[in-house]
Design a binder for this molecule. Structure first.
Ligand code: KG4
Ligand code: ZN
Length: 349
């Protein structure tokens, strides 16, 4: 199939606090518009009700902007893909209702997409190179932390995951303790670059198998800060760079250990990272080091495809559309979709 014959797919993402729409043809991204909801920053976390309302007001202009930027008419679309879950219930309802109505009106398939599968399959988009199958993917976002074996786009297995907080959540919670704005991950990343990663020692708990637990780290940092602040009330403001660098080093060591072990135990050295935390400069550097040290072939997503975006949703829509998979109009958004391969879309009969 040459590029002009590839289907034209609109993707819609509304699982959390980003309203996004993208148009792709094959794996070429024609537009990827993301409207972030800055309103949550003032309260230091996402307020679900505010998020739903903001999606409602933004979704139509964002979709229109994506079509205009891609220079296509809605009538040219071949399918509309949207996030079915996991995510915030109200937010998912806005995107999925809009997407299904649009597809129904145009007489084209609507394709429900698993958000975490989309983070992984963002790797099929340009500029590539696309990972060869099978590959291992460390998917690290604000709601999930998973180590996934990807055998092909339709077949994935979660080898391990967090038993409590996600890695992004650990970044955000520690940032909040230090008094940094939400979302804290990118701020911690920036401050960490100016600090000493061995300034303070935080333990790195190990779980069975390829699992993680990050909730203890937050408690450890809380107690550490309480003790230091009691002795010197300017401690946090004086040492925030060193605190961020030390916490980030602990999170990255914890993330890398099962991943390194998994490559040895599975013999799969093709390794990708995905999700919001894959924007972290320290994690990106660790992957490059592993490429040198362990001979991995690493895949680090472009920044635009790390945090939530609709291009990755459209990518899954494209792949599922090629397989003839589509959803029904009564596909219900689900805050918790259990399996990465719970695709919801079934092959058309
Ligand atoms: O994938 P994502 O955009 O949304 C979810 O699906 O959760 O991930 C958001 C998470 C937040 O926790 C945010 O703090 C974190 O990704 N994040 C980062 C960085 N950029 C975003 N964490 C560490 N370093 C970064 N540079
Ligand atoms: Zn995400």
């Amino acid at each position: 199939m040459n590029r002009r014959e590839e289907p034209l797919v609109l993707g819609i993402e509304s699982s959390c606090d980003d309203t996004s729409a993208a148009v792709i043809r094959g794996n070429v991204v024609l537009s990827n518009v993301v409207a972030n909801q800055a309103l949550h920053a003032e309260v230091g976390g996402v307020v679900p009700e505010w998020a739903s309302r903001a999606h409602l007001s933004k979704i139509h202009p964002v979709v229109q902007a994506a079509l205009v930027k891609a220079e296509v008419q809605a009538s040219e679309l071949d399918a509309v893909a949207y996030t079915l879950g996991p995510g915030l219930q109200g937010s998912l309802h806005v995107g999925s209702s809009y997407a299904k109505s649009l597809a129904w009106g145009l007489g084209i398939p609507s394709i429900p997409v698993h958000h975490m599968r989309a983070h992984i399959l963002a790797h099929v988009l340009e500029p590539g190179p696309i990972p060869s199958y099978p590959f291992l993917c460390l998917t690290v976002s604000g709601g999930h932390t998973q180590l996934v074996r990807v055998d092909d786009p339709q077949s994935m297995k979660v080898l391990g995951q967090t038993l409590d907080d996600a890695a992004g959540e650990a970044f955000d919670k520690v940032a909040k303790l230090i008094g940094l704005p939400y979302p804290g991950g990118p701020v911690v990343d920036k401050l960490a670059a100016q600090g000493q990663s061995d300034a303070f020692a935080f333990s790195r708990p190990k779980m069975d198998g390829y699992n993680w637990s990050f909730s203890g780290l937050k408690t450890q940092v809380l107690h550490f800060l309480q003790k230091e602040q009691a002795a010197d009330s300017s401690f946090v403001s004086r040492r925030k760079e060193d605190i961020c660098a030390s916490v980030q080093a602990a999170i990255l060591d914890m993330l890398m250990e099962p991943l390194i072990r998994a490559t040895r135990e599975t013999g799969i050295y093709e390794v990708a990272i995905a999700g919001g935390v894959s924007a972290n400069s320290g994690l990106r550097a660790r992957l490059k080091e592993a490429q040198e040290e362990h001979g991995w072939v690493v895949h680090i997503p472009p920044m635009a495809y790390c945090t939530d975006n609709a291009a990755m949703i459209a990518a899954v829509g494209w792949l599922d559309h090629l397989e003839g998979r589509q959803g029904s109009l009564d596909a219900a958004p689900s805050p918790r979709l259990p399996e990465l391969t719970t695709l919801a879309g079934e092959p058309a009969t």
